[in-house]
Design a protein. Sequence first.
Length: 206
Amino acid sequence: MDEFATARARLRERLAARTDASDRVLDAIERVPRHEFVPDPRVNEAYADRPLPIGDDQTISAPHMVAVMCDRLAPESGDAVLEIGTGCGYHAAVMTELGATVSSVEYHGSLADAASTRLDSLGYDVHVRQGDGREGWPEHAPYDSAYLTCAAPEIPDGVLDQTRPGGTVVAPVGRGSQRLLAVTVDEGGGIRDRTDHGGVRFVPLL
Ligand code: SAH
């Protein structure tokens, strides 16, 4: 137990009321020490359900958004998952708690380095590299599922090509206004079905 255990339990209750995320996802969120992922001056806000600035004009995603996306992705233990936009590494930590092996690509070298060090020190085995997420991370492909934590005009071909047929990709899509889409990848990297999970606001893909 750390000093934030009560705050985490309260966050879990709020997310249970606000989202339809499964208990499995809520349990994973309750296990991740979000206060380790936010800048020091923000530690007291770590368990509020909102995004926070993390430097380089980027943010840590709001917990309800992480809950909704993890719920749609629903990784099984041992699944290989591609993340575009590591940021501080929080979402990747939640996916790791769900049993996924995450390969994450981050555009900003400073964020990639900091996230990699942080995840290591917390015992989360996540592969992080600096790069342009449009290209995915071919060396670890194929992925059982993939997600973007930055908004793209459309889901990059590199990400679709590296996700196995039948796998799910979850992403905020759109230029001005964005929708959170979940799609199933077809043979040949096309899209089979697509569900719309409503309007969202993510930082744009750089
Ligand atoms: N996953 C984070 C949220 C990250 S915010 C969390 O756990 O809270 C979105 C991230 O996407 C930012 O860190 C930003 O630098 C990164 N990003 C933007 N464009 C990118 C690109 N083309 N390739 C990879 N990462 C990108």
